[in-house]
Design a protein around this ligand. Structure first.
Ligand code: TYM
Length: 351
């Protein structure tokens, strides 16, 4: 019986000169556009890390259906998601960009990992608790419950060194590491324990209206800046962001959550330190800062939006990129899955 071992994969990779450390991340296509929180918390890092790492980036359509989706809309949003990734600079020549459902190994490894996941362990996941809070646990799908196990499978299949995400994914990464360790211990070392790559300054961008909540697709509303909105509409949202009492421009997330969030966004988008912004706007009041930040946001989202719309005009190119991405991803994922199946004791199909 022939299985490709981890070592053989490493040797093949080294021989082909692509043995850079790997990164992997995914994003759900559950809205018509990504938002500024996605961009600053995760996606910008995806683009930056392409230089020195070997990246795998995917559209998590299988995660999306853990809550009800309109099929036509899901298909459309998945393509819009891929177009946005390319528009922001994810380069298919360096990164494997693919759609999760194109790689059956994700679901297959998820099943194996479910056998290693404790019921209580899954129930402790705060995202499950939050998402099932509305209708009650009884109304939540089993898929929502096992969502983090699929996420662990997504990650472990590619044996990445780092997973660039926002703060809200930290707990899922801890579960991923626990499952990897458990598998390695029970069978044989198979998985790499991935590290979260979370940039503190932008790991949690808050809603512009409900400043205690993180900006999110599900919250929507006027406090969310969508990358594909008309730039003028986004500028307006920034200008009408809720700020705090007083007028001093100071970074103090406890006392001044609204203005601190704006300073974080401004600093990240302009590559200027928060201290220099505090200094520049000292004595000027909130209006000046909001108005300048609105301009900065417009400068960032306008080309991104234009490029996304252009890419969506050429769907053949887009689907070709995704096909090539899936081919690259599949080679790696299938090799890992073969190792896993062999180690858990599944009979190999005759060649
Ligand atoms: P998703 O689709 O909710 O979000 C995509 C990425 O954006 C980050 N993010 C934020 N960062 C800072 N501030 C915010 N307000 C904010 N909102 C979202 C998220 O942390 C995430 O990095 N479960 C994942 C998708 C996924 C995945 C994976 C990620 C599926 N499989 C494997 C990594 C590895 C999710 O729902 O992300």
């Amino acid at each position: 019986m022939s299985t490709t071992t981890e070592l053989e994969v490493a040797v093949q990779e080294a021989a082909s000169g692509i043995a850079k450390p790997r990164i992997l991340s995914g994003i759900q296509p559950t809205a018509d556009s990504f938002h500024l929180g996605n961009y600053l918390g995760a996606l910008r890092q995806w683009v930056d890390l392409q230089e020195d790492y070997q990246p795998f980036f995917f559209v998590a359509d299988m995660h999306a259906i853990t809550v009800e989706q309109d099929p036509k809309l899901l298909r459309q949003r998945s393509l819009v998601a891929a177009a946005q990734l390319l528009a922001m600079g994810v380069d298919p020549a360096r990164s494997a960009v693919f759609v999760q459902s194109h790689i059956p190994a994700h679901a297959q490894l998820c099943w194996v990992l479910q056998g290693l996941t404790g019921f209580g362990e899954a129930r402790r996941m705060t995202q499950f608790k939050d998402k099932s809070a509305k209708g009650g646990e009884g109304a939540a799908s089993v898929g929502l419950f096992t969502y983090p196990v699929l996420q662990a499978a997504d990650i472990l299949l590619y044996r990445p060194h780092f997973v660039p995400v926002g703060e809200d994914q930290r707990q899922h990464l801890e579960l991923t590491r626990d499952l990897a360790q458990r598998f390695n211990h029970r069978y044989k070392k198979t998985f790499r324990l991935p590290e979260p790559y979370i940039l503190r300054a932008t790991s949690k961008i808050y809603d512009l209206q409900l400043v205690e909540k993180q900006m999110s697709k599900s919250l929507g509303g006027n406090g969310c800046v969508w990358l594909l909105d008309e730039p003028a509409a986004s500028a307006k949202r920034i200008r009408s962001a809720v700020t705090d009492s007083g007028s001093e421009i100071r970074f103090d997330p406890e006392e001044k959550p609204g203005i601190s969030n704006l300073l974080s966004i401004y600093s990240a988008l302009s590559a200027r330190s928060i201290a220099s912004l505090e200094e520049q706007y000292a004595g000027q009041g909130y209006g000046a800062l909001k108005s300048d930040l609105a301009d900065v946001v417009v400068d960032v989202v306008t080309p991104l939006r234009d490029r996304t719309l252009e890419l969506l005009d050429d769907q053949a190119h887009l689907t070709d990129v995704l096909k090539r991405g899936a081919e690259q991803a599949s080679d790696v994922a299938e090799a890992t899955l073969r190792d896993v199946y062999q180690r858990v004791g599944f009979v190999a199909p005759a060649q």
